[in-house]
Ligand binder design. Sequence first.
Ligand code: HPA
Length: 233
Amino acid sequence: MSSLHIEAKVGDIAETVLLPGDPLRAKYVADNLLEDAFCYNRVRNMLGFTGTYQGKRVSIQGGGMGMGSTGIYVNELITTYNVKQIMRVGTCGAIQKDLNIGQVILAMSASGDSGANMTDFGGMHYAATADFDLLLRAYEAAKKLNINTLEGSIFSTDTFYADHEDRWKIWAQHGILGVEMETQIIFTLAKRLGAKALSILTVSDNIITGEASGSQEREQAYMDMMKIALELA
Ligand code: HPA
C-alpha cells in the first residue's frame, strides 16, 4: 500500500521525518549526513529518503512551499506511513529588526492567516504549538552541539508576496520573530492526527531591514539546523 502522493511502501519511512520545503534539500541531507540512504519517493519530484544517522533510522521528505502542499505530506506521512515525529527544517523571514541572518529559531507556536485553520475552527483561533517534548529535546541537543537557538513564536502565511506596508507591525509588536509558510498546518495536523511536531527555522532574510543571506552563511546555518533535527531521531 502507498498513498496518493508518496509511492513508498509502508515500512519504508522511519518514525521520525524531517520535512524541508525543498526536495533537493532532502537529497542534499541524505547524500551528506545520512548513511545507507535510499530514495523512496519520486512522485512529483517531491523526493523522500530514508537512512540512518548515528545508527538511528530517520527519513527526510520534501514538502513543497505553503500550507496546501505541506498539509498533503503531513497527512499522508502520519495516516498511511505511521510517522510519529515530524520536524520542519526550513527558513523564515525575520520581522524583528535585531534578528540576524543565520539565527536558528525553535518555534514554540505558529500564528497565521491560513484559510484552512480559519474554516476548520469556525472563525476562532487555534493556538498551533510545537510538541513540548520535541521542543525541549531540540533545545538540549542545540546546547550540546554548541548551536545558539532562539525560542519563540512565528507566523505562517499563505501569501509570500502581496505585502502591504506595515503588514507585519502588529505581529512584531506581539513578539512574533519571523514569517514562513508551513509550520501552522504541520502543528495543527500533527496534533489532530496523533503525531509530535516541531519546526526548526533559520532566518534567511530580514523583512524589516532588507538584509538577505549570502549562500555560504545560509549553508552553515542550514546544516546546524539539520544536525539539531537529526539528533532527535
Ligand atoms: N516570507 C514568507 N516565507 C519566507 C520568507 C518570507 O519573507 N522568508 C523565508 N520564508
